[in-house]
Design a binder for this molecule. Sequence first.
Ligand code: 5RP
Length: 235
Amino acid sequence: MDWNSNLITNLEWSSEITHISGKQKVADEIAAKVKDGDILGVGSGSTAYLALVAIARRIKEEKLNVKAIPTSLELSMFCSKLGVPLTTLYENKPDWLFDGADEVDPNNSLIKGRGGAMFKEKLLISSSVVSYIIVDDSKMVPKLGTNFPVPVEVFPQALLYVEKELQQLGANNILLRPAKGKDGPVITENGNMILDCKFDEIGSTMERDIKSITGVIESGLFIGYNLQILMASNT
Ligand code: 5RP
């Protein structure tokens, strides 16, 4: 059978990328870190995408032997389109990872998961020796929860049970994340749903407390991880 298709080569990045020149500079810095033989964790979001494009350019120009482990199906398709070879966590441990974030507090703790990929993102950040998180000023907050709710990925049958338990932990506004442009909830790549939860206070044990609820797959809280935050300028 003829295996030629334009489905992936025609794929376009459609999300708006704000403050592109500052992010591009950091994306190029990330690409400059790549060494022959590296296994890279590839984060989700528009900022990580810019870094992936810069890395793909180096791989092509310098014929580098680099492999990527993407944090989402979307990113794995972009890796294929850009000519970045893929591998898996079954075969390799990432040497380092790059990703974006939705909020960063003064302790470098994060909220992630606007794209709903926080389970795989956390798995890869936990597996990587070093993780670089690219953000701009707009992501810096005095405390987590300032601009974004905490996303919690939940096994669908457990939604109501988990909702009650999250309320016990102090969530005062919990929304089932709707799918963009159509009726019904977002379904993650793992077949689960996302509850976006507002808390007045997010203490140091909150990530662990949420994770210990039966039916919770993962949350978008990243508290106390070994992360290097790279700031992109907004100008
Ligand atoms: C997806 C994420 C993204 O990294 C986060 O939403 C940042 O995205 P962007 O770089 O587009 O602002 O956590 O789950």
